[in-house]
Design a protein around this ligand. Structure first.
Ligand code: TYD
Length: 139
């Protein structure tokens, strides 16, 4: 499998339907919006100030990470380079390729981190130890 680096990941601008008086609506549709089909959605919320999440890599999973509310920072790491993305718009998503370590921190009060994922949950797709991740990258 190709090893992606942090520069293969980017912010995707999502479709935004704006109504002056009634607010906004954003759509994500399989086959239209993303380079993968969504099989699972999960979200992080009530993250206490100063806490961090993530600290793992996925071997095959692709994800779109969206700040559905509030803000937080996602730092991607390919073993050589790190790249941080500040997410604070519900109409923007960070497209994360497989094989990258990610750390999420700097959660604002009330932040909701919504993740659209290309696969169902598989515990063996995770790499949770940084040393193992570095070996995986260098293999
Ligand atoms: P984890 O992926 O470690 O959260 P984070 O890295 O964002 O801090 O998941 C936390 C717990 O939730 C862990 O026990 C596994 C469980 N979980 C599921 O059961 N299904 C899922 O789809 C996800 C993402 C997590």
């Amino acid at each position: 499998m190709k090893k992606y680096n942090v520069f293969d990941c980017s912010i995707i601008e999502l479709d935004r339907h704006h109504s002056d008086r009634k607010g906004n609506l954003t759509v994500v549709e399989n086959g239209v919006t993303l380079p993968f089909d969504v099989k699972r959605v999960y979200y992080l919320y009530d993250v206490p100030g100063g806490e961090n999440r993530g600290s793992h890599a996925h071997k095959e999973l692709e994800q779109l990470i969206i700040a559905a509310s509030g803000s937080f920072t996602v730092t991607l790491n390919d073993g050589k380079c790190k790249r941080s993305f500040f997410l604070n718009r519900p109409y923007q998503g960070l497209y994360v390729k497989p094989g990258l370590w990610r750390d999420l921190d700097d959660f604002s009060s009330g932040a909701v981190c919504m993740v659209l994922a290309s696969e169902v949950y598989k515990a063996d797709d995770y790499i949770r130890e940084y040393e193992v991740f570095l070996k995986y990258r260098n293999a």
